[in-house]
Design a protein around this ligand. Structure first.
Ligand code: SF4
Length: 274
C-alpha cells in the first residue's frame, strides 16, 4: 500500500491535526514517513503514556482501580530508561526528567488512576459509513467508569512541561474522534471526554479537562476527514506541499516544536523562529 492509499483509507486525529497545522510538515511525516528528531519532551510523553497504559491494563485485569503509586513510579522509570535512548535533542536534563516523572507517576496514581475503573484500554476501532468507500479508524486509550458513578467516560493521558491553554483543549480533534470510536466499540457513543494532563515540575500536577461531545461534533469530525482526504489527494497530485504554518504563525511552527524545521529552511528558505 503506498502512503497515499493508506492515508486515504484511514485518518487519525493526529494526522488530521498535522494537516490542519502545516502541509509541509504533513508531507515529511506521513508521505515521506520521516519520524523527525526525537526530543526529550516527546520521549518523556511516550514513557508516561505507556506507563498509564500498563497501569490501566493491570487495573482492568484485577477488576479494581489502580492504586499502587510505587509501581507506577517504577514502571515510569523503566519506560524512561528505554525511551531516553532515542532522544536526539535534549530540552531538559535526563536526571531532572526522571525525578519529575517519578513524582508525577505517584501523584497521577493518587489523583487520577485510583478514581477510575478501566473498561477498555487501547481498544482498536473502525467505523464505516453508508454510501462511501472509506472508513475512520483509531485507538481508544481509555474507556472507564469513575468510582462514584455509573456513567462511562473517554480519556487520554498526556505529559507536558506546562499546563495546556484552553484553546489547545477545545481545538483538539481527539474528543470527537474518540466519541466516534466508542460508538463503533459499544454501539452507543460516550459523550464525555477527559484530558488527564500530567504537568512535570517540582510539585507535580494533573490538569483535568472535561470536554462534552455531541452528535454535531461527531458529524463535523467525519466531514473534516472527508475534506482532508480530497485535499491530500490533490496535494499529492500537484506535489506542492507548502509550509503553511509559517504564514499562519502557528505556535507549533518553531525550532522547538517542529522536528522538520531544518528541512523546511533548506527547501523554502527564510528562518524558522526559535
Ligand atoms: S517549520 Fe513550520 S512551516 Fe516548516 S514544516 Fe515545521 S511547522 Fe511547517
Amino acid at each position: 500500500m503506498n502512503p497515499l492509499e493508506d492515508i486515504i483509507e484511514t485518518f487519525s486525529p493526529s494526522r488530521l491535526q498535522t494537516l490542519a497545522t502545516c502541509h509541509y510538515r504533513f508531507f515529511r511525516r506521513y508521505i515521506l514517513g520521516e519520524p523527525g528528531r526525537v526530543t526529550s519532551s516527546m520521549a518523556v510523553g511516550s514513557a508516561f503514556d505507556e506507563t498509564a497504559n500498563i497501569c490501566y491494563a493491570d487495573a482492568k485485569e484485577q477488576g479494581s482501580p489502580f492504586t499502587n503509586g510505587d509501581k507506577a513510579a517504577e514502571v515510569f522509570a523503566w519506560q524512561w530508561d528505554q525511551e531516553k535512548e532515542e532522544v536526539e535533542e535534549w530540552l531538559s536534563k535526563p536526571g531532572e526528567i526522571l525525578d519529575q516523572g517519578v513524582k508525577l507517576a505517584r501523584h497521577w496514581t493518587w489523583q487520577v488512576a485510583s478514581q477510575y475503573l478501566p473498561v477498555y484500554v487501547q481498544a482498536d476501532w473502525t467505523l464505516k459509513f453508508p454510501g462511501v468507500d472509506w472508513k475512520v479508524r483509531g485507538i481508544l486509550d481509555l474507556v472507564a467508569q469513575p468510582v462514584h458513578s455509573r456513567r462511562l467516560i473517554l480519556a487520554d493521558t498526556k505529559c507536558t512541561g506546562r499546563r495546556w491553554r484552553a484553546s489547545k483543549v477545545w481545538y483538539s480533534l481527539q474528543p470527537p474522534a474518540y466519541s466516534l470510536g466508542s460508538e463503533a466499540v459499544l454501539e452507543k457513543p460516550i459523550e464525555e471526554f477527559q484530558f488527564h494532563i500530567g504537568v512535570r515540575k517540582k510539585m507535580p500536577e494533573v490538569q483535568i479537562e472535561v470536554v462534552p461531545v455531541g452528535q454535531k461534533e461527531r458529524a463535523a469530525y467525519v466531514k473534516k476527514v472527508a475534506y482532508a482526504r480530497s485535499l491530500v489527494a490533490d496535494l499529492y497530485k500537484t506535489g506542492v506541499w507548502l509550509p503553511t504554518a509559517r504564514d499562519s504563525g502557528h505556535f507549533m511552527c518553531s525550532r522547538k516544536y517542529c522536528p522538520y524545521w531544518q528541512e523546511c529552511e533548506k527547501e523554502w528558505g527564510g528562518k524558522v523562529v526559535e
